[in-house]
Design a protein around this ligand. Structure first.
Ligand code: TTP
Ligand code: MG
Length: 367
């Protein structure tokens, strides 16, 4: 599998990009229903309970028919749909499914940009699976996720992030929608401006007052007018209304570890000499950690020792802190394995792997 960094691509190349946007259908609810099959076909929501003034995180499509929605109070939802089955939030389970989904994405490309637990962009421009057909790749991904996790994912395929995301939502749930390069112009012309990410109620109303309902109307209004009324966002809208979106898919993975090491000009002769170096090494590690945004993900501390015969040993232990006492014990253990002069010492931490929490869904409604 080859990958190019699409940020280096020219506008022409960008036009030929193949972007997939995947978004699981009623994610938390789907996971709960999978685990409680007797709920299939019934309206189901996930959220805080009514008597604790809870709020829904999401609900399945059966519940949506009653007007039930994400972020609605549970009490309101139950008034709209008295038969609604309300289940508590189980983040661990959703995270696990999210990881399974991502593992499948990474089998096709490294250019995966997660947006939340259930959503990601993939740039499959140079992916060789299915003779490079993004449509077949997307279909394959949907099928594999369903088999592996038991939930359905909708996918959109197009030549930009903007349109891939719109496409994944177009026929939701359990659907694949493709906007081919030669269909972009016509599709976008008829696209209601409300569908554009960033166009909320206020902007939509303002656009309507200017007689702008569809992207074709934005084109008609012209760049000058759009900038006059909406500033920089107006020029962005003008580009989008022509199907122009050059944003690249930004792969994001949490690093596995962070460490510092030092090779000594003269070997450290014994255990005490090694331990004497510890405070300075710790200070260095702390400094690096302070600049890392993954501190909260630390789950192991480790010490690496290279002896003067070039043998290397690493001792690590589960622990969330990077306290000096932990490293002291690890260093003693590592040294005892070789019991000879030491050339190099290293200290580090390991991070829980997976996705970056910057992109994680805010757990606003967890009680
Ligand atoms: P979404 O993908 O926005 O919604 P969804 O997957 O439930 O439904 P859809 O089929 O329309 O994609 O969000 C993914 C999960 O994030 C959702 O299952 C629950 C959680 N979430 C919240 O906790 N609060 C919210 O306000 C929203 C919108 C979602
Ligand atoms: Mg979703």
């Amino acid at each position: 599998m080859k990958n190019i960094d699409s940020s280096d691509a020219s506008p022409e190349q960008r036009n030929l990009r193949k972007i997939i946007h995947c978004d699981a259908d009623c994610f938390y609810a789907a996971v709960e229903i999978r685990d409680n099959p007797h709920l299939v076909g019934r309206p189901v929501a996930v959220g805080g309970s009514e008597d604790r003034r809870g709020v829904l995180t999401t609900c399945n499509y059966e519940a949506r028919r009653f007007g039930v929605r994400s972020a609605m109070s549970s009490a309101h939802a139950l008034r709209l749909c008295p038969d609604l089955v309300l289940l508590p939030i189980n983040m661990l389970k959703y995270r696990e499914v999210s990881m399974q989904m991502r593992d499948i994405f990474y089998e096709y490309t490294d250019l995966v940009e997660p947006l939340s637990l259930d959503e990601a962009y993939l740039d499959v421009s140079t992916c060789e699976a299915h003779q490079g057909s993004a449509t077949l790749i997307a279909q394959d991904i949907r099928q594999r996720i369903q088999q592996a996790t038991g939930i359905t994912v909708s996918a959109g395929v197009s030549n930009s992030k903007f349109l891939a995301k719109i496409a994944s939502d177009w026929r939701k749930p359990d659907a694949l929608f493709v906007i081919k390069p030669d269909e972009v112009d016509e599709f976008v012309a008829r696209l209601p401006v409300k569908k554009i990410h960033g166009v909320g109620k206020v902007t939509a109303e303002k656009l309507e007052r200017l007689g702008v309902y569809e992207c074709a109307d934005i084109r008609q209004a012209g760049l000058h007018n759009m900038i006059k009324h909406f500033g920089v966002f107006g020029s962005r809208l003008f580009d989008l209304a022509h199907g122009r979106d050059t944003r690249s898919v930004k792969p994001h993975r949490v690093p596995k570890s962070l460490s510092i090491e030092h090779t000594y000009p003269e070997d450290l002769s014994d255990r005490a000499a090694c331990l004497a170096e510890l405070p300075e090494l710790m200070a260095l590690l702390r400094e690096r950690l302070n600049r890392s945004k993954y501190q909260h993900r630390i789950y192991k501390a480790f010490v690496k020792v290279k002896f003067n015969n070039f043998s290397v040993t690493t001792v690590e232990r589960v622990g969330t802190s990077s306290r000096i006492s932990d490293y002291h014990a690890l260093l003693v253990e590592a040294f005892e394995r070789g019991k000879r002069p030491v050339r190099l010492l290293g200290l580090g931490v390991r991070f829980r792997e997976g996705y970056d929490e910057d992109y994680e869904q805010l757990e606003l409604f967890t009680e």
